[in-house]
Design a protein around this ligand. Structure first.
Ligand code: PEP
Ligand code: MG
Length: 756
């Protein structure tokens, strides 16, 4: 049966002409429906567009009553059109009126049409509308016709996404793609950011949807597929080229599987044969896949969707000849950076002056990218499933890093409320400013030492601004992560010297290079590991590659000549590791002295307590170390066997729990017995409520994000440490329960100021 005039190619050629005509959006839509109806020999062709209120409005029709345009609207799930929108699947019915979902709208006059073919208008897996053709005669539309209609739907999706139809909807409703969204995630870094979305890995903009020459497109597609496959193979052979470790092997394996999947390639080929360009065909197939997979609830399947998305994006980049990493560089003013996830170095690549906030689909509060965001004072909200599908580059976004909310395309009221909130926060900040020079003394006269965590030069001005007593953790690896090659010893020395100069006599505790885990140096080859967090990292690398530690120690000793130097070693598991590290420092000092260099006035060496095994070696360690510092992020990770970067686990256990506090208290008691100074420098110190608990179990020095110093100081000045210590003594003797809630109640009943 000859079902169409000229076939899909001719239709697309005509469509290209319609798209180029200088007419209004309504006129263009009207011409498209006429064209489709004529080409498919259908009596009816209609376009329904999803409005902001979730209903589908008839935007154009050929064949139904013209008066119904912009008059009728149906809910998702209502009628055949509503079912297509809900299922995101085509419906091909020879006898539509017998379908259980058929709903009759007398305004349209559609009672006489028996056959019905409708396809969803999809973009990024979201349904933006429905395109329908109808015939009086009973007939089944061919596979080729379904394909052709889906191809037209791609063009409509681009028109909707480009905002061309925005003004046509019934006043006050707007379109789905433009409607405001309010999402709840987790707060990873405090603060509020207002700005416009910038995608870390932007969608590839497809300039041309309709092909001029199908054979040429097929050849382009084959070349791009070949190049994609070999680049995935290369990645697998050189895993160190890829950011991250461990689980990436699995991801790359599944990339490889998908990249070689015949079904995927075949579907794209078929889409090209309908007349699309290779890029538009990739997009079309990915839209269908997304629409199907997004409706799955199985997290494993949804996870695979990410892989497929990445792969489709890579293929698009191959096609447009994109090269280089998408991140980095300049940002427009007031940028809200949105990513699925990213490494800390990628965040550091961006120009921070323009960055107002970071939004992550995944992420966890102790992953290094979020630590870096906090260090930079960039509000960050994460664990927002599907956020990338809801926004497009340039959309207005508000990120509330206090409550963990994100508003996409906020209404004027929401925006107004946030402007007020920002002012309120500014007033609070002023209060903290006034507290800056007052000591952190509790109501019952206990003095706490509040230090701050740092790692970059930009952190240093925070030291006087926040009124911190010093730097309790200087993450030296950040300089290495920023650099494209190993920083030379002279560069390291200059950097450490400027840190000490900026600290202006306040103590700075340098942590030796803590690489491995999620902190990868792009220029350092590291074998892929199954469990990088428990793998070759931190002091383990330092002791196996002593040249690295030696040069860092030498740089530190030289930089601190005549001043006090504190160095601590991360991830110590056994005392002998600390002994070896100390020996290296002593050798280096002796060597420098032999060569006539001035040495630090005093050198203090400490160990971080991050590996639980060290807790049972504290007496021996205390005899050798000058100080100890609890890294509560890693300690909790290993105590609870919960990967700090695993999004699925990040809210499963609360570090503010009885087992963790009992553990910390044991460490505090052991340090007191051994008269060795002890600090805590993990994220537990950075929230007033958790810091209150730390004070309660006897910690007197804690190191936190600079922005937390003010709120923690305000908390301490309103706290009776004796009372919280007594409360915890009783409370920690009981089984777990909800310790966080109990502490919050304690604070409320005792007038302790806890900023939320
Ligand atoms: C920690 O583990 O608590 C810590 C302070 O170190 P990092 O977060 O850099 O691993
Ligand atoms: Mg650590």
């Amino acid at each position: 049966m000859r079902s169409s005039i000229g076939g899909p190619r001719v239709m697309l050629r005509r469509l290209r002409e319609v798209m180029a005509e200088p007419v209004s959006a309504q006129e263009r839509l009207d011409r498209i429906v006429v064209l489709v109806a004529a080409n498919m020999v259908a009596e009816v062709c209609s376009v329904y567009v999803m409005r902001g209120d979730g209903t589908l409005e008839l935007f154009a029709t050929e064949g139904l009553k013209r008066e119904a345009v912009h008059r009728i609207a149906m809910k998702v799930g209502q009628g055949l059109v509503g079912v297509i929108a809900r299922e995101a699947q085509p419906l091909n019915l020879p006898d539509a009126q017998n379908h259980p979902a058929f709903a009759y709208f007398p305004e349209t006059g559609e009672e006489i049409y028996h056959s019905f073919l409708g396809v969803p208008v999809l973009r990024g897996g979201q349904t933006l509308g429905v395109l329908v053709v109808q015939n009086m005669a009973r007939r089944t539309y061919s596979e080729e016709e379904v394909e052709a209609l889906q191809t037209i739907a791609i063009v409509l999706a681009e028109m909707i996404a480009a905002g061309e139809l925005q003004t046509l909807a019934k006043p006050g409703t707007g379109l789905a793609l433009q409607r405001p969204h309010h999402l709840h995630g987790r707060s990873f870094a405090e603060g509020i950011g207002l700005g416009h979305a910038v995608l870390h890995e932007p969608r590839v903009e497809i300039k041309q949807l309709i092909a001029e020459d199908a054979n040429e497109e097929l050849a382009r597609l084959d070349a791009a597929l070949e190049s994609l496959r070999s680049s995935v193979d290369d990645m697998l052979q050189h895993p160190s080229l890829n950011e991250g470790a461990g689980e990436h092997v699995e991801i790359l394996e599944s990339y490889r599987m998908f990249a070689r999947d015949r079904g995927w390639a075949r579907r794209i080929h078929e889409a090209v044969k309908t007349g699309l360009t290779a890029e538009a065909a990739v997009e079309r197939v990915q839209n269908d896949t997304r629409a199907q997979l997004l409706r799955q609830t199985d997290p494993y399947i949804r996870e695979r969707l990410h892989d497929l998305d990445d792969l489709a994006n890579r293929l698009l980049r191959e096609l447009v000849g994109w090269s280089g990493h998408p991140s980095g560089g300049e940002l427009p003013k007031d940028a809200i950076l949105v990513a699925r996830n990213m490494g800390p170095a990628e965040l550091l690549d961006y120009n921070r002056d323009s960055l107002r906030a970071l939004v992550l689909e995944e992420g966890s509060p102790t992953s290094h990218v979020t630590i870096v965001a906090r260090a930079l004072g960039i509000p960050c909200v994460g664990q927002l499933d599907g956020v990338l599908d809801l926004l497009k580059s340039g959309d207005p976004v508000i990120v509330d890093g206090v409550s963990g909310e994100v508003h996409i395309r906020p209404t004027a009221e929401v925006e107004g409320a946030y402007v007020d909130k920002v002012q309120l926060r500014a007033r609070r900040q002023e209060r903290y400013q006034r507290l800056r020079d007052t000591p952190a003394v509790t109501r019952d006269g206990v003095t706490m030492t509040l230090m701050m965590n740092a790692g970059l030069m930009v952190d240093l001005p925070h030291l006087p601004e926040a009124g911190a007593a010093g730097i309790g953790l200087f993450r030296t690896e950040l300089q290495f992560m920023l650099s494209s090659t190993f920083p030379r010893i002279g560069e390291q020395e200059a950097f450490y010297r400027s840190v000490l100069d900026a600290a202006d006599g306040k103590p700075v505790v340098f942590r030796s290079l803590d690489i491995g885990g999620d902190k990868i140096l792009p220029y350092m080859r590291q074998a892929e590991e199954l469990n990088p967090a428990m793998g070759w990292r931190a002091i383990r690398i330092a002791l196996d590659r002593p040249a690295l530690l030696k040069s860092q120690v030498r740089a530190l000793l030289l930089a601190a000549a005549g001043r006090e130097l504190s160095i601590m070693f991360p991830m110590v598991s056994e005392v002998r590791e600390f002994d070896s590290a100390r020996a290296i420092v002593e050798q280096e000092a002796a060597r420098l002295e032999r060569h006539g260099h001035a040495l630090p006035a005093r050198t203090r060496l400490g160990a971080m307590i991050e590996v639980p095994a060290l807790i049972w070696q504290l007496n021996e360690l205390a005899a050798k170390a000058d100080f100890l510092s609890i890294g509560s992020n890693d300690l909790f990770q290993f105590l609870y066997a919960v990967d700090r970067d695993n999004t699925r686990l990040s809210s499963r256990f609360d570090p503010l729990c009885v087992p963790m506090l009992r553990t910390l208290k044991e460490i505090v008691d052991a340090a007191q017995r051994n008269s060795i100074p002890l600090t805590l420098c993990g994220e537990l110190a950075s929230k007033p409520l958790t810091a209150m608990a730390l004070a309660g179990i006897g910690l007197r020095t804690i190191s936190m994000t600079a922005a937390a110093v003010g709120p923690v100081k305000a908390m301490l000045r309103s706290l009776d440490v004796g009372a919280v210590a007594a409360f915890l003594d009783t409370r920690l003797a009981q089984p777990n329960g909800d310790l966080r809630a109990d502490l919050a109640r304690f604070a409320a009943e005792n007038g302790v100021e806890i900023e939320d």
